[in-house]
Design a protein around this ligand. Structure first.
Ligand code: UDP
Length: 239
């Protein structure tokens, strides 16, 4: 099945590590991944060519570990390895639900994932496989948001969807400030100058320089990913 009314036909979805963790906020919660998988499957069935980038914050976050005395570069590599664990959990669930996937890692570990090679990744995507990009950018001092933007540009994606726990970008933190308003549309520059925390500054400026639109949406809302890809007003559009 291919949906005729798609606005974006090729997309990269950035999932935070936390989105695999459920209520506990850490580790991996299989029922939560199963729900995520259902959403991804719907979009994939609709004919969207998809790449996924998953974070690692549910296991290790480099900055936090280094604040506690660990060497930053070591901690960052641990964070990158955490994304590989998450990628494998996602792959497991997606394949079980009948979606063909490939995990491609920026850090070589051939026993469990293909090394990331752009041309091969493009070929997988063109063949309709969901590519799960693991290992971040492969470099310390970067984030998986930046990795997601980089892969989206390399995959010639039309959009990057940033899945969060809230409905989009707000004027203040909606989890602590009840007067916070949802912003429907905003420019890259405003996101940067108002420090709205959509993504880190390296990721936002990469989007800006390459004209890659970002849709920030709530992953917990059923159908949100598909709606965004159909161009419906959902979440926040950064353009
Ligand atoms: N990381 C890194 N380089 C990258 C991507 C990730 O060093 O290109 C490390 C970094 O320590 C980061 C951790 O991996 O804190 C987990 O990624 P991130 O914090 O972006 O995950 P998320 O917040 O999306 O769960």
């Amino acid at each position: 099945m291919s949906l005729p009314d798609l606005k974006y036909r090729r997309a990269v979805v950035k999932l935070s590590g936390e989105s695999l963790a459920g209520q506990r906020g850490f580790g991996i919660d299989p029922p939560v991944i199963e729900e995520l998988t259902r959403e991804i499957r719907k979009v994939h069935r609709g004919g969207v060519r998809l790449g996924l980038v998953v974070g690692g914050g549910n296991i290790v976050r480099g900055t936090v570990a280094s604040e506690r005395g660990m060497d930053r570069v070591n901690a960052d590599y641990m964070g990158m390895l955490a994304t590989v664990i998450n990628a494998m959990a996602l792959q497991d669930m997606l394949e079980r639900s009948g979606v063909e996937t490939r995990v491609m890692s920026a850090i070589r570990m051939e026993a469990l994932a293909e090394p990331y090679i752009r041309r091969r990744a493009l070929r997988h995507i063109e063949k309709g496989r969901v590519v799960i990009f693991a290992g971040g950018t492969g470099n310390p001092y970067f984030s998986t948001d930046t990795a997601a933007v980089l892969r989206a540009i390399e995959m010639e994606a039309d959009v990057i969807l940033k899945a969060t726990r809230v409905d989009g970008v707000y004027t203040a933190d909606p989890e602590t400030d009840p007067s916070a308003d949802l912003i429907e549309e905003i420019s890259y520059l405003e996101v940067m100058t108002r420090e709205l925390g959509v993504m880190d500054s390296a990721a936002i400026s990469l989007c800006k320089d390459n004209g890659l639109p970002i849709v920030v949406l709530n992953i917990k809302r059923p159908g949100a990913i598909l709606a965004a890809l159909q161009g419906e007003r959902i979440g926040t559009l950064v353009e």
